[in-house]
Design a protein around this ligand. Structure first.
Ligand code: C5P
Length: 409
């Protein structure tokens, strides 16, 4: 995938800087051309000559050294590159990019680039867990930058926890995955298609301070919405409560309960071509929504909470499905995935369903990865490997697109 492509490798000042050598040999094996940009502090850990010998290219540290080309160097590298990888990425470079600071060659090149930029952070656990760093990473992701999270283990400083640079083989695989996805997005192949996507959990109110809900974070739906925008489609995202930040270009309608989500879906449905229901909607809600907080003092011992069924939004929309529209459902299962998936396709009048076994390691709620089964209305199915939710999002959109194309044949 990266054979013959130009990778700019940014190396920042952490103890893991030496691992950049292993990354370079991996990239060379793939057949990529590598240009290294180091921050000044990275040169305290490893010398530019090491990278120069490994890559066969000159290494850039200082923005104001005499240029090797006529063009401005940071602009020319940014333009020449197909992808940028910052590994190891310190809290400092993450913070600088999140804040829009460009005060050295690396941060300036990142700023001047419109190519995919991937950060592989490595730092002390406490630094990594610091809310400021976490917030900066969220900001980067919301702006379309990619993060390959560090792994856990014993750190150089003796602390135990997350913060070690991810395995080089995983970094290389991820880099190639991200590049593949970005190639798809360049096609603008969803131009002209309007998507309605639901995401997140719903909250079913018991009283002014309590509710029933589930573990959904909204990640899958938000990734789908992001992927649609990248590929030139239009999207309206109807989201239950979620801490995720929707990227620019996405119209978000925030709802709380299943009934509110149903109303929002009905209202937006006429303006969509594709309905993707990735929300984890509560099937039941309390029969009575108490106006005041239920006090334990007012009742001794057990209390009863009576639940009533919520509308099954997808089922209801399936009944009034308009010709030519595509409906995609999700299913979180713990057993008999294929059979249950096929049954849901029939009952809810779907084109296909994306099902996962939430008991599988690395799948389902709150994970960055997922393992899914695509089950088609004709009964065919296939299963993905454990992949990033963003990759699942693109696979879903590929499938929608092929359904759309077969409609017009
Ligand atoms: O039947 P089950 O809840 O497993 O179906 C899951 C699919 O149905 C998801 O796509 C979910 O968004 C949708 N659903 C819905 N309304 C409900 C329950 C589920 O739209 N009340």
């Amino acid at each position: 995938m990266l054979q013959g492509k130009n990778v700019v490798l940014g190396v920042t000042g952490g103890i893991a800087a030496y691992k950049a050598c292993e990354i370079i040999s991996g990239l060379k094996k793939i057949g990529a051309n590598i240009d290294v940009i180091m921050t000044k502090s990275a040169t305290e850990f490893i010398t530019p000559y090491t990278f120069q010998s490994l890559t066969g290219n000159s290494v850039i540290v200082n923005m104001f050294e005499s240029p090797k080309y006529w063009d401005m160097e940071h602009i020319s590298l940014a333009q020449k590159s197909d992808i940028l990888l910052i590994a190891p990425a310190t809290a400092n470079i993450i913070g600088k990019v999140a804040a829009g600071i460009a005060d050295d060659m690396l941060s300036t090149t990142i700023m001047a680039s419109n190519k995919p930029v991937v950060f592989a952070p490595a730092m002390n656990t406490k630094m990594y867990e610091n809310p400021v760093v976490q917030k900066n990473m969220e900001t980067l992701m919301a702006r379309g930058y990619h993060i390959i999270p560090p792994k856990g283990g014993m750190l150089a400083c003796g602390d135990e926890g997350q913060g070690k640079l991810q395995e080089v083989s995983i970094i290389l695989d991820e880099l190639q995955n991200i590049y593949r996805q970005e190639l798809q997005t360049e096609k603008n192949d969803l131009e002209g298609l309007r998507f309605l996507v639901t995401a997140g959990p719903t909250r079913e109110i018991i009283d002014p301070v309590r509710f029933l809900s589930n573990h959904s974070t909204g990640k899958m739906g938000y990734e789908i919405a992001k992927a649609i925008v990248k590929r030139g489609g239009a999207v309206k995202l109807i989201s239950g409560p979620s801490s995720l930040q929707a990227p620019q270009g996405i119209e978000v309608v925030s709802v709380e309960t299943a009934e509110e989500m149903f109303e929002a879906v009905k209202e937006a449905y006429p303006q969509c071509d594709v309905l993707i229901k990735s929300a984890a909607v509560s099937d039941y809600r309390p029969k009575i929504r108490e106006a005041q907080k239920v006090k334990k003092e007012s009742q001794e011992g057990e209390i009863q909470l009576t639940l009533v069924r919520n509308p099954d939004i997808l089922l209801e929309m399936g009944k009034i499905k308009e010709p030519g529209k595509i409906h995609v459902g999700f299913a979180a299962e713990t057993e008999n995935i294929i059979e249950q998936g096929k049954d849901k396709i029939q009952r809810k009048n779907l084109d296909f369903i994306v099902a996962n076994d939430v008991t599988e390691e690395g799948a389902g709620f709150a994970h960055d990865t997922n393992i899914v089964y695509f089950i088609d209305k004709n009964g065919d199915w296939d299963k993905t490997e454990k992949v990033e939710k963003s990759a699942v999002a693109h696979d879903i959109l590929d499938k929608v697109l092929s359904k759309k194309k077969s409609q017009t044949l």
